[in-house]
Design a binder for this molecule. Structure first.
Ligand SMILES: [Zn+2]
Length: 205
């Protein structure tokens, strides 16, 4: 946000106090003068770390969605399921609304966030001037709270405990990738600094 004197103003996410943004040295963190809340930062290494985290997140996301989460053995019959397969199973069990919510929160939204982050970061890091970066930066900030893979993980853990008494459960490569994905997805979101990206965007246009 800019005022008439072309000074950049930023609102605190905690207390809404409006204050002037200043250019930070690498590794610097700006805090609110009223409540001490985090305003923005300028991480060391610029966009390299968030870009590397986003690429790792994409690879883990593809593995987690390709390989089975777990295999169940009941009376000699085995059945495995993937992330999308779990939503499909809910749909087949006459729970279409729940299936849609689970699929959107655990597959679609994280995929959109990961691809948007990569597109924005690659465009700014390599000065590619790709179209639509400005609009995507607005939308990805709004989408972030809807990527709820950690909630889905909690559901998997609960079902693992319940199923372990009824069937032989074998953990799949998809589940290991999914656990790593949650950590990388969170780290990637933490290093995705919209204030820094807006500055880069202004500097490149
Ligand atoms: Zn504040």
């Amino acid at each position: 946000m800019q005022n008439s004197a072309n000074q950049e103003l930023i609102a605190c996410h905690e207390c809404d106090a409006l204050q002037q943004a200043t250019r930070l040295p690498p590794g610097g963190v700006a805090r609110c003068i009223c409540c001490g809340g985090h305003l923005y930062s300028n991480p060391k290494g610029g966009l390299d770390t968030p870009l590397a985290l986003s690429i790792s997140t994409l690879i883990l996301f593809l593995v987690a969605n390709t390989y089975p989460l777990m295999t169940l053995n009941v009376a000699g019959q085995s059945k495995d399921t993937t992330l999308s397969g779990a939503s499909w199973a809910l749909y087949q069990a006459n729970m279409p609304e729940l299936a849609a919510v689970v699929w959107l929160a655990s597959v679609v939204t994280p995929a959109l966030i990961i691809f948007c982050n990569l597109y924005i970061l690659a465009s700014l890091r390599f000065r590619l001037r790709l179209p639509g970066v400005r609009a995507l930066l607005v939308w990805v900030t709004r989408l972030q709270p809807w990527g709820m893979m950690d909630v889905f993980m909690l559901g998997i853990l609960v079902s693992l405990v319940k199923l372990s008494g009824m069937a032989e459960v074998k953990l799949g490569a998809g589940l290991y990738a999914f656990v790593a994905l949650i950590f990388f997805f969170t780290a990637s979101a933490a290093r995705f600094e919209p204030h820094l990206l807006w500055r880069r965007l202004k500097g490149s246009t």
